[in-house]
Design a binder for this molecule. Structure first.
Ligand code: KG4
Ligand code: ZN
Length: 353
């Protein structure tokens, strides 16, 4: 007999995007995202405003997701939501909604770690450019506004952090530099846009020296900001006259820093399957440098998996797919579970089923 397909609703609200998605098995039926424009003028996410907007947008996003999926809400088998890490106010809005939804429809509740979900988004049907699922074990590079990590992924829920940023995440550094250049939040996409015709070799900002597989972007960010400030004192038009070159140079150096760490991780672990995830992995230069690296290796076994852009930044589908994978393993959660803002490692978190 044919197995009944599983339908999961995924709810993401860890930062400033309200994401709701419905998936049927690994296929995305709908993926609704409400971005919060209000933070643009503040240069970063204001948690209090983000919570209020999640509250306003959540019901609309859920209604739209169900409508676009062309299903009846009674067909949903389970509700999955982001438990952490992230901003506690926004997380609480998503958690409260998901719990009520679960109780109202009398369906199971599944909780998701946001970092795991970024990686597991590669298991959405057709999510990555290779159009196939990465085999285990692989190395996950999660690069976003909140995280910069190299993770050894042995299985869906067996992950081990090999390296993390010691200070700012790569997205945070990009957003802060972008703000100085006069861009709205989030600045990463603007840096990419203005780098298009720039000379990437014009400004050789020095790379941070960090041992092992950890990262540091705070010093790099401060060096760039100080350099620009110094130049502005002599020439107030410095940014305007050099915008493309500054953007291209920053982007290139960041891409190189990320690649160099991943090369180290490959040597250390002997694993030659690399999976990129998180908002910063939408960046053209980063994608290019990793693709080039994989194509020009003597070791033809090296594979790099890159997501279609819509799955790189925060979205409900990554929460739904992670929920589905937990559903298949009966990893349900209690209605009394509460969100967490910080997360150190997967040691006590790993699920071995
Ligand atoms: O994964 P994400 O949506 O949220 C977090 O989990 O943090 O990542 C957001 C980050 C922001 O810092 C944003 O500037 C960056 O991803 N970002 C980019 C690009 N698109 C988004 N950075 C560089 N180039 C892009 N195209
Ligand atoms: Zn994220």
């Amino acid at each position: 007999m044919k197995k009944k397909p599983i339908i999961i609703i995924g709810i993401e609200s860890s930062c400033d995007d309200t994401g709701v998605s419905i998936i049927q098995n690994r296929n995305v039926l709908s993926n609704v995202i409400f971005n919060q424009e209000i933070h643009k003028k503040y240069g970063g996410v204001v948690p209090e405003l983000a919570s209020r907007l999640h509250d306003i947008n959540m019901t609309k996003a859920v209604q739209q997701a169900i409508f676009l999926a062309k299903i009846n809400r009674n067909q949903i088998d389970a509700v999955s939501f982001t438990l952490g890490p992230g901003l506690i106010g926004p997380l609480l809005v998503g958690a409260s909604f998901a719990k009520s939804f679960s109780m109202g429809l009398d369906i199971p509740l599944l909780t998701v770690n946001h970092i795991q979900a970024h990686i597991l988004s590669h298991f959405i049907q057709d999510a990555n450019l290779n159009n196939c699922y990465p085999k285990f074990p692989f190395l996950g590079l999660v690069i976003s506004g909140g995280h910069t990590q190299i993770i050894k992924v042995n299985d869906f829920f067996q992950m081990e952090i090999l390296g993390s940023t010691l200070d700012d995440s790569v997205g945070e550094a990009l957003d802060k530099i972008a703000r100085m250049l006069g861009f709205y939040y989030p600045g990463g996409p603007m840096i990419e846009y203005f780098s298009k015709n720039g000379n990437e070799k014009k400004f050789m900002f020095s790379k941070p020296i960090v041992s092992g597989l950890d990262f540091s972007f705070s010093g790099f960010k401060n060096n760039v900001l100080q350099y620009i400030n110094k130049k502005l004192k002599k020439n107030t038009l410095f940014i305007k006259q050099n915008l493309s070159d500054i953007c291209a140079s920053i982007q290139k150096i960041i891409a190189e820093i990320l690649l160099e760490k991943v090369q180290k991780a490959i040597i250390k672990t002997g694993i030659s399957r690399i999976v990129l995830a998180g908002g910063v992995s939408a960046n053209y230069e980063i994608r290019k440098i990793f693709m080039y690296f994989s194509k020009n290796q003597k070791n033809k076994k090296l594979e790099v998996f890159i997501l279609k852009k819509k799955y790189t930044t925060d979205n409900g589908a990554m929460i739904a797919i992670t929920g589905l994978l937990k559903y298949e393993r009966n990893l349900f959660d209690s209605i009394h579970i509460t969100p967490y803002s910080k997360f150190k490692n997967f040691k006590n978190y790993t699920v071995n089923k």
